[in-house]
Ligand binder design. Structure first.
Ligand code: C2E
Ligand code: CA
Ligand code: CA
Length: 313
């Protein structure tokens, strides 16, 4: 048995003269010490209280936002590079805040993960997305993002399959995007969840490939159906030889393993054309369309996005 200790300290009388308040403040300092570096000591500082209040305010606000459907799905098309046809959409969360306007996910997803709200948030978005998209013409696929914390839930697959049944959305049109980092934290559980989803016809995409704990073992061990090349490589591939090499390598890897590859972050016709030349079949990015609300997304269906580019190729 290895015993460790972490301590939070408050001082009498400068922090408070009241015993309860002193204990509360020592507790706040302890929580901070545990979060920052276990086995250490932290003295209470007023800013810790302010941070705590801010977090609990934000947590309440986020809870309300989820309950009131203020967090909505936006849809970014995934396009066939050779024809410009839409193959599917990736669902990306947006918070329509009554006072602060539209808030992007990077500012609230990690908070939702830490505060245990990510499950409610994800399922509320997935339900809304699938209800809207189930009747779209051309039967596009719908891809959703799953967080690391969710992949440790043994019931995740059944919950997702439950939403598909409830909304009447066909599993073969549903895709789940997971990052390699999410897989690495509990590979056995991830394997279990992903196999269960795959057995019901759901497609699994490996997101942000090449940026995390990239491990070819993941491709061999897990039921992966698609690989997504991170935008950090595609956006720099025309200036940096190294990025271009990585992009080519991932496309080649996908081809050898028989896995389709989706390139992310395509902002120009030149990037799209370069990827087509390298043998990449599908892509998404601002060049084709930014993520848009459901109404605008359904209007994109049937159009050939970036077609000018393919005409010149
Ligand atoms: P991601 O899954 O890698 O999503 C791609 C991000 O790239 C999106 O950012 C998208 O808007 C952005 N993007 C698309 N095309 C371009 C382009 O051409 N140029 C540039 N510069 N960016 C482009 P967004 O919507 O801000 O989402 C950021 C991340 O937040 C996502 O990265 C995903 O990891 C996470 N996220 C978004 N929605 C959800 C959600 O519902 N659940 C979970 N767990 N994570 C989500
Ligand atoms: Ca994604
Ligand atoms: Ca990505």
């Amino acid at each position: 048995v290895t015993v460790g200790a972490t301590a939070g300290v408050s001082l009498w009388p400068s922090d408070s003269a009241l015993p309860e308040e002193l204990l509360r403040k020592a507790d706040v300092a302890l929580a901070r010490a545990k979060a920052e570096s276990r086995g250490d000591v932290r003295f209470f500082q007023p800013v810790m209280d302010a941070d705590l209040r801010e977090r609990s305010l934000l947590q309440n606000e986020l809870k309300q936002a989820i309950a009131n459907n203020q967090i909505v799905p936006y849809f970014q098309p995934v396009v066939d590079l050779a024809t410009g046809d839409i193959r599917g959409f990736e669902v990306l969360a947006r918070w329509h805040h009554p006072a602060r306007g539209t808030i992007p996910p990077l500012t609230f997803i990690s908070f939702a993960e830490d505060s245990g709200l990510i499950g409610d948030l994800t399922f509320s978005i997935i339900r809304a997305a699938l209800r809207t998209a189930r009747n779209w013409s051309g039967e596009p696929t719908i891809a959703i993002n799953i967080s690391q914390t969710q992949l440790t839930d043994p019931k995740l697959a059944d919950k997702l399959l439950g939403v598909l049944a409830e909304t009447g959305f066909p599993p073969h049109r549903f895709e789940v995007e997971v990052t390699e980092n999410a897989l690495a934290s509990d590979i056995r559980m991830a394997k279990f969840v992903l196999h269960r989803l795959k057995s019901q016809g759901v497609c699994i995409s490996l997101d942000d490939f090449g940026t995390g704990y990239s491990c070819l073992g993941h491709l061999a061990q897990l039921p992966v159906d698609k690989i997504k090349i991170d935008s950090s490589f595609t956006r720099t591939m025309r200036e940096r030889g190294q990025s271009a090499t990585i992009v080519k390598l991932i496309i080649g890897l996908g081809r050898s393993l028989g896995l389709p590859v989706i390139a992310e972050g395509i902002e120009t016709a030149a990037d799209a054309e370069a990827l087509l030349q390298m043998g990449c079949a599908t892509a998404q990015g601002y060049y084709f369309s930014p993520p848009v609300p459901a109404g605008a997304a359904s209007e994109l269906i049937g159009r050939r996005l970036g077609y000018d580019m393919t005409a010149s190729a």
